[in-house]
Design a protein around this ligand. Structure first.
Ligand code: ZN
Ligand code: MN
Length: 486
């Protein structure tokens, strides 16, 4: 393929809405879904003379993220004004960080095709959100645009990733791990549909092996993992086609159009100097003490990246399984508790990855609401291991009943009479009866058609309703058939 001589260079810029109770520079609530303009005050409406006061909770959250992505915290950082005009920005500027951000140089290690790759993060800026323009849904929407300032001043972390991603799948992996990290440290709910996690991407293409960067475009409106993947794929192909036709890519901001399934131009890209950044005169520099950082450190959980690597080593799990099992703290805890009780991490992983996650997906509930406790799942795994029930019976009959009734496996097995038949005498009698009742297949077997043995195994399973120990059935069946031969 012609296009395979090109590679993509992708960088993500992420905005994460912080889970603080109040806004970044005033006491207004950050609650979602309230009547328009009900959560506002002179500060977040940008009225003349109103002065901002920094929210400590938001600073603590920025520190948490910096620690989670191993970024270097700037003990002294500065707020700046980013000047631009837009109706949803009443002050005429956004308070953000520019010359001295709260943290720089972090990274996340993503898993891609079974290996790990480090993707750098250039900086973390603490900034305020703008209000929201409402262009649709009102009776006079054709003539008017409405403004809702409830979102104005809500704290955000702006994360600027380094252009070290080389494919749409890597971009998705990165954003997924980033989102999981935010959720582990409980600073953002990660809800992309409601806009509490937003992602823009810049992409350029270049000939493979070249170290020179091509001209990039920035793509906005990537509010799901699927759109991120599709938009990057589309944009790379579009740029490659332009270059192959001898044309050039123009630096611009493009929009992902989910209905048309393509990116389209939005505006030409502005340069940083267009914003006339300058230090915010109404706020002193943000100073963070070592003591403050240490106090926060002590409250942090194990991060997903570390947990995933520990799972691989401690439980000997494949990278993919470790990634899935650590996709939320609750799921990881559920796995570890189950594995600890049954002492069989591989089986615990197998059951959770297949049966449990499938059920969660089908029923739309979370692991916290799952009716089977780790204790009860561990017990079921041990019963299979001890051959008291077959794996098939466990999956098809016991497990669904455990979900339905919340009963322990032992109680269900007893009530339904599902214990595996491991009594050699009993199995032998069944085989003798089955072979006598089916003289034709027996004759075929004795005539050399050995694959007929499978038929007899099937018959024994039918007689025992699947409860016969399959290894024993095979062993005894062979002995009996060999006996007939003589
Ligand atoms: Zn306010
Ligand atoms: Mn921003």
């Amino acid at each position: 393929m012609k296009t395979s001589s090109f590679e993509s260079v992708i960088g993500l810029e992420i905005h994460a809405q912080l889970l603080t109770k109040t806004k970044l520079f005033c006491g207004c609530s950050t609650q979602y879904g309230n009547p328009p303009n009900s959560l506002t005050c002179p500060v977040c409406l940008g009225l003349p003379g109103a002065l901002p006061v920094l929210n400590q909770e938001a600073v603590a959250m920025a520190v948490k993220l910096a620690l989670a992505i191993k970024a270097q915290l700037n003990l002294r950082s500065v707020f700046s004004r980013k000047n631009y005009f837009y109706p949803d920005l009443p002050k005429g500027y956004q308070i953000t960080q520019y010359h001295l951000p709260v943290a720089i140089n972090g990274y996340l290690k993503i898993e891609s095709n079974g290996t790990y790759k480090t993707i750098g993060i250039e900086r973390i800026n603490l900034e305020e959100d703008a209000g929201k323009s409402i262009h649709e849904g009102m009776p006079d929407s054709a003539q008017k645009t409405y403004l809702d300032f409830n979102r104005s001043g809500i704290p955000l972390l702006e994360i600027v990733g380094k252009p070290e991603i080389n494919s749409p799948s890597e971009a998705v992996e990165f954003l997924q791990l980033f989102r999981t990290t935010l959720q582990y440290i409980e600073i953002c709910d990660g809800n992309m549909e409601e806009g509490s996690l937003r992602c823009d991407a810049n992409l350029s293409v270049r000939k493979k092996g070249s170290s020179k960067l091509g001209i990039k475009t920035e793509i906005k409106n990537l509010n799901s993992f699927r759109f991120l993947h599709k938009a990057l794929e589309y944009e790379a192909q579009r740029q490659i086609a332009l270059l192959e036709a001898g044309q050039s890519v123009s630096q611009e901001t493009r929009l992902w159009d989910e209905k048309a399934n393509k990116t389209r131009p939005m505006r030409t890209k502005e340069e940083a100097h267009d914003y006339r950044y300058f230090p915010e005169p109404d706020l002193p520099p943000l100073v963070i003490s070592a003591n403050f950082i240490n106090k926060i450190k002590a409250t942090l959980p194990e991060f997903p990246q570390e947990k995933r690597e520990r799972f691989e080593q401690q439980y000997k799990l494949p990278a993919y399984d470790a990634k899935v099992l650590t996709s939320s703290r609750q799921l990881a805890n559920y796995f570890e508790q189950t594995a600890k009780i049954c002492q069989q991490p591989k089986q615990a992983s197998h059951w959770i990855m297949r049966e449990v996650l499938q059920f969660l997906k089908d029923s739309g509930i979370t692991i916290s609401e799952f009716p089977v406790s780790p204790q009860n799942l561990a017990e079921l795994i041990m019963l299979v291991e001890k051959k008291e029930i077959s794996l098939r019976t466990a999956k098809e009959e016991v497990f669904p009943e455990m979900i339905k009734t919340k009963q322990k496996a032992t109680a269900i097995i007893k009530r339904k009479g599902l214990t595996q038949v491991s009594d050699e005498e009993q199995i032998k009698n069944i085989i003798l009866r089955v072979t006598k009742d089916n003289p034709k297949p027996l004759k075929q077997y004795l005539g050399g058609k050995t694959q007929v043995a499978g038929f007899f195994v099937g018959q024994v399973m039918k007689e025992t309703r699947g409860r016969a120990n399959p290894q024993l059935v095979n062993k005894i069946l062979r002995q009996i058939l060999d006996g007939y031969q003589k």
